[in-house]
Design a protein around this ligand. Structure first.
Ligand SMILES: C=C(O[C@@H]1C=C(C(=O)O)C=C[C@H]1O)C(=O)O
Length: 159
């Protein structure tokens, strides 16, 4: 449906949270990084203006993506603390490896926000398409943690 691509990108973003958690777990790098969040949101507002999207609405959508990402990170920390054998063996580099993936997704999500602008109003039609898109996201085989995070990420989609 019309929100399928946007939802697919939100799925990818909550999946990249696994790499973020793997990069930080067992280091002093905290899950919450307000400075980085501000950079992400400032970048979003600037690109939104270029795309002629409402910057505050775009920032609201990304605030939800960030909260969803941290939900996954916290869930994985709990899992890995209880089951140390599940801790990933490789620690990806946050700055050179993981954040560039998030930056690429940010650009793609903004383009999809633009492409779906006409649909994304607080209407039943939008809510129906959001529900359809979230239900077809099960093909990504998300576990409950990532499914909950996706629901959080998509909450502001029908702005
Ligand atoms: C993903 C990270 O973890 C958190 C989530 C962020 C996000 O989803 O963009 C940004 C900063 C952190 O609060 C990160 O540190 O890069």
């Amino acid at each position: 449906g019309p929100l399928g691509e946007l939802t697919g990108l939100a799925v990818q973003r909550v999946q990249v949270a696994d790499l973020v958690a793997a990069a930080k777990f067992g280091t002093t790098q905290p899950i919450d990084d307000p400075v980085r969040e501000q950079q992400v949101l400032d970048g979003v507002r600037a690109k939104a203006v270029e795309l002629r999207l409402d910057p505050e609405s775009a920032a609201r959508f990304f605030r939800a993506q960030i909260e969803a990402n941290k939900l996954v990170q916290r869930g994985l920390y709990t899992r890995w603390t209880e089951h140390p054998e599940e801790v990933p063996h490789r620690r990806p580099d946050l700055g050179t490896e993981v954040r560039p993936i998030l930056d690429r997704l940010t650009t793609e999500i903004l383009a999809e926000l633009k492409d779906t602008e006409q649909l994304r109003h607080p209407t039943l039609r939008c809510e129906i398409h959001a529900t359809i898109a979230e239900r077809s996201a099960v093909v990504h085989r998300l576990d409950r943690l990532h499914e909950n995070a996706l629901a959080e990420a998509m909450r502001p989609v029908c702005s």
